[in-house]
Design a protein around this ligand. Sequence first.
Ligand code: FE2
Ligand code: FE2
Length: 294
Amino acid sequence: MIRIAAIGDIHTCFDDTDVELFNDSDYDLILICGDLPGRSHKQTLTVASTLAGLSRPALLIPGNHDSTTVLQLLGEVTGSKRLKQWDERGIEKMRSRVKDLEQALGPVKLGGYSLHPFHPDRGWVESGPLDIIVARPHSMGGPGIGFAPYIESAFAVRNITESGEKIQELILRSKAKTRLVLAHNGPEGLGHRPDDIWGCDFDPSRGDFGDPDLKMALDNAAAKGQEVQTVLAGHMHHALKGGGQRKWYVCREKTHYVNAARVPRIFSKNGEKQRHHVRIELDNTDVRVEQIYW
Ligand SMILES: [Fe+2]
Ligand SMILES: [Fe+2]
């Protein structure tokens, strides 16, 4: 059995106590869904340096708040042409910020359009019983590619179809019996209602806010017999804009979907500090998931 700790959007909530707790735990692997900071790049690097203290193998996919600038984010959110120019100008800035992030993370791996074979006793290996496939980094959710000029320059991916094909290739390349996709945002197809696992609560008229490239990759790979048992992502935070909580777990066909973005992940309940993560246990093609509050 492989035991995984899934940490959703951190947004500054990860400290030395977390490092101690995870280092003393029975987990084989730690997966982090991204969005480390509040707003600034400095905060991203501070959280990344704390994550670097993890002694277990760990892997992170960067979110839309990691290594991007405030102007780039505003351009993405508003769609304003004037602001979008910062996307173009931001390519080099993002490239150097991603480098800073990678350095600050130390032994924690940074993924993006990548395949990571894993063995519970030997860690990262050439081939093992589990393959982690990391999907498109810096996803904003919804139909388009977030920070498209950077994604094209760094990964030669020009549109959603090319992105889907790239993720699909990685899934098809996997030789492990057990497969898990790590993404910042989950796939399209599960989010028609605002409280669905990747539904759009901030503007319900936008409907499903899942990533279409990820759905395409999962569907096409499954049609070729390469099923993915677990999809882990975050981005669409559990607490809904109009009140209430979104679904954090869905099982469809043979795939278990986990949204780990309980934000803030550290909070007080009845005067006591609680720390959230999701425990995922993989036993060949069997999957068990549970929300844990330490
Ligand atoms: Fe987030
Ligand atoms: Fe996000």
